[in-house]
Design a protein around this ligand. Structure first.
Ligand code: TXA
Ligand code: MG
Length: 319
């Protein structure tokens, strides 16, 4: 079983030896390896059972390191990096040759971010290579937001989990790049469209990448799914009357639902940030109960609520 420890030197030792280590970030835990070492990157795909066609995000210690890995950075994206790094924003940029094709699945673009977690920033400063890290879940399952989630999902396949405690944000980064002079959102996440528009100004348009022609494989119609079939509902009245309430888990946003013994409220005060912070943990815990179905309430469809609904749509899309 993997060692769970806060020891950065130990994590650096494994990573320098070409091994895979789970690392904390503010969004979710990542499954990290030397992004410049083809064999180490291959191990990430093996551990995660992820198709090699799905590229990895590289994590760097600060904006100063960007020019080593990416070619010129378009002005709107530079503004976004300055505004949100360290933080839950990933930029898609033309890569330098130093980044191997294995890391980007053959694409000429590399996804880069500066994570906002003190342990991982210290680790990145200690290393002379960036860390390629997808979320530390087996392909298709819910992303881990606590060290114990990584241990139960992948603990027997990696030597170490760097223990940074629970993630402070709770859903993945927003992925952004440029298409024909416009800023394009490839994956919604913690940074909202409104916040992006505010930073780049009204003169640059923001658009969403098309789902019919996925650029980021994270745009596949299902992903992030629990094993228990997941259904979504809007109003409490929409819950099924024909099923026994004992066989269902209900995950509600702000208010409890009378008559259902298994239920969790994500944020009594109606905070989308708090709901985002708890959603994956609650889904993972609820999934363990082995009930017949999980019903999760949709969020108000704006700002962070939009990103959360997008994740739920994918999680419910698997069944
Ligand atoms: O918050 C996050 O972004 C977390 C933490 C660990 O940093 N990482 C994460 O990685 O969510 P992952 O691999 O689970 O999702 C990254 C997404 C995938 O959908 C992948 O297809 C897309 O980013 N991606 C990565 N590199 C890309 C590239 N060069 N071109 C297009 N899409 C890319
Ligand atoms: Mg993922």
């Amino acid at each position: 079983m993997a060692l769970v420890s806060t020891d950065i030197k130990e994590a650096a030792k494994w990573l320098r030896a070409g091994e895979v280590v789970a690392i904390p970030t503010e969004t979710v835990y990542g499954l990290a390896a030397n992004a410049l070492d083809v064999n180490a990157v291959k191990k990430v795909y093996e551990v995660k059972k992820r198709p090699q066609s799905n590229p990895l995000i590289i994590h760097i210690p600060g904006v100063h390191a960007l020019s080593r890995y990416a070619k010129e950075v378009p002005v709107p994206l530079r503004k976004l990096a300055d505004a949100f790094w360290p933080g839950p924003l990933t930029l898609l940029l033309e890569k330098n040759d130093i980044v191997p094709d294995a890391t980007t699945s053959g694409s000429s673009r590399v996804a880069v971010r500066v994570p906002d977690h003190p342990l991982t920033i210290s680790l990145l400063q200690e290393l002379d290579f960036p860390l390629a890290a997808p979320s530390a879940n087996p392909f298709g399952y819910i992303s881990p937001t606590k060290p114990e989630h990584v241990i139960s999902q992948l603990g027997d396949r990696i030597p170490m989990v760097l223990d940074g405690g629970p993630c402070t944000k709770g859903i993945e980064s927003t992925i952004v790049g440029m298409e024909n002079g416009k800023v394009c959102i490839y994956r919604m996440g913690m940074v909202t469209e409104e916040a992006i528009q505010k930073v780049i100004g009204q003169e640059t348009e923001v658009l969403y990448a098309s789902h019919s022609k996925p650029v980021a494989p994270g745009m596949l119609p299902w992903h992030y799914a629990p094993h228990t079939p997941l259904y979504l509902f809007d109003e409490i009245d929409d819950l099924p009357k024909e099923l026994s309430p004992e066989s269902i888990a209900v995950i509600a946003f702000t208010r409890s639902v009378p008559g259902f013994p298994h239920q969790v409220i994500l944020s009594e005060k109606g905070s989308l940030e708090e709901a985002a912070n708890r959603l994956y943990d609650v889904l993972i815990e609820t999934d363990k109960a082995g009930l017949e179905r999980i019903y999760c309430q949709r969020f108000p469809d704006q700002g962070l609520g939009k990103s959360l609904n997008e994740r739920l749509g994918k999680a419910a899309g698997k069944k």
